[in-house]
Design a protein around this ligand. Structure first.
Ligand SMILES: C[S@@+](CC[C@H](N)C(=O)[O-])C[C@H]1O[C@@H](n2cnc3c(N)ncnc32)[C@H](O)[C@@H]1O
Length: 216
């Protein structure tokens, strides 16, 4: 029987968010968005935080005086966000595979931190079409994704079901990008910044790509 990756992923993330206590004081930010301070400063619209999880980037953006709309498919993650960030007025709980509940051209900045690497290439392309649709021309998508060199966090583990996409033991999908993947998959956007680097927010170092793209 074929694995239901979508159901496995929802279960994985609900379990994971339930298992962690997200008190506001325990939420850790890192400085990855500092590089894009000018872009963040410029917008007077709400910033969309896709796959917000515990709210690391929501916290950072709020500290910069931004209005933020955190989104996640996990009801538990969204409940935690509402508890920890009462100043956030709007949140959305939806699966990115179902399309995005926003009008065309709503945003000029979207953050997607470590949440765009769970999909096949076709699914990723569909999600990017939606991101493009809800961005204004000239708007930015700033994101981080797993690198093929992220050995501490499962790069190359599991069954490869598509180039660089692996089915894990839990039945979830995980993609690991190389630079060529990013240039191909995000080819509809203008790539303004692309860098492979190490993130030290987790117990074990994580290798990822930090990327900023612009809708032309
Ligand atoms: C690795 S966590 C990243 C959380 C946060 N952005 C951060 O950097 O700490 C990935 C998040 O993406 C969410 N997610 C995964 N697949 C999703 C989907 N198909 N639609 C919406 N959210 C999804 C998960 O629930 C989880 O909260």
């Amino acid at each position: 029987m074929e694995t239901d990756h979508r159901a496995a992923s929802l279960k994985y993330w609900e379990d994971s968010h339930r298992a962690q206590s997200y008190d506001r004081s325990s939420i850790r930010t890192d400085d990855w968005l500092e590089r894009f301070e000018d872009i963040i400063k410029q917008t007077d619209k709400a910033v969309l935080d896709l796959g917000c999880g515990g709210g690391n980037d929501t916290l950072y953006l709020l500290s910069k005086g931004k209005q933020v709309i955190p989104c996640d498919m996990s009801e538990t993650a969204i409940a935690n966000i509402k508890k920890n960030f009462p100043e956030v007025g709007e949140t959305h709980c939806f699966n990115m595979l179902d399309g995005f509940p926003f009008e065309d051209g709503t945003f000029d900045l979207i953050i997607a931190d470590l949440c765009l690497h769970y999909f096949t290439e076709k699914e990723t392309a569909d999600i990017l079409q939606e991101i493009k649709r809800i961005l204004l021309p000239g708007g930015h998508l700033i994101f981080r994704v797993n690198s093929v060199n992220d050995k501490n966090h499962g790069a190359g583990d599991g069954t490869e079901i598509e180039h660089h996409v692996y089915e894990t033991k839990a039945g979830t999908l995980k993609r690991f990008f190389d630079e060529e993947d990013i240039r191909r998959i995000f080819g509809d956007f203008e790539i303004e910044f692309l860098n492979e680097e190490i993130m030290s927010r987790y117990k074990l170092e994580k290798r990822l790509f930090r990327v900023c793209v612009r809708k032309q």
